[in-house]
Design a protein around this ligand. Structure first.
Ligand code: HEM
Length: 131
């Protein structure tokens, strides 16, 4: 029998794979696009589904992240969790800014914010080990 704790834990891991994986791949492809024109031209077909994957990942993480403490029986470090929530909020806000700057074609701004967000993704993952 699958317990709710296992289900939300699984959802958290799937969200992690989608989000962290998507953000990493997106950075690699963007770097390639700067060097190779063909990749740059293909970006308008490649980026949309990856960006969607990242947002779906974030949604999974937030839903399961809110649910998890209701089922977890072991003690949680609430301070660490609070710091984590703040960093996740930044990922969401920067994600929205990235969407806007992408629509406006602000490339330098996009590059800056996507690096910040990638660092935040890894920081949240690292922090989660200590929650
Ligand atoms: C960028 C977003 C996030 C990432 C990368 C992330 C990553 C992780 C990882 C790697 C773990 C440890 C593995 C596990 O026990 O499942 C974890 C656990 C956890 N996360 Fe997240 N998470 C994110 C967002 C959230 C959010 C938004 C919340 C709450 C609203 C949350 C709450 C929790 C809780 C309660 C645990 C369980 C800690 C434990 O097992 O002792 N997470 N997270």
């Amino acid at each position: 029998m699958i317990e709710w704790l296992d289900f939300y834990n699984f959802l958290h891991f799937v969200g992690l794979a989608f989000g962290l994986g998507g953000a990493t791949i997106m950075t690699i492809i963007s770097m390639k696009a700067e060097k190779h024109k063909e990749v740059g031209a293909a970006m308008r077909y490649i980026s949309a589904p990856i960006v969607k994957l990242i947002w779906v990942g974030l949604l999974f993480l937030i839903i399961s992240g809110i649910a998890l403490p209701f089922y977890i029986t072991w003690p949680l470090d609430r301070n660490m969790l609070l710091i984590k929530h703040i960093l996740v909020a930044f990922i969401v806000i920067i994600g929205i800014i990235l969407g806007i700057s992408s629509r406006k074609g602000l490339r330098k701004q996009m590059k800056f914010f996507s690096i910040i967000n990638l660092i935040l993704w890894y920081a949240v993952t690292l922090l989660s080990v200590f929650v």
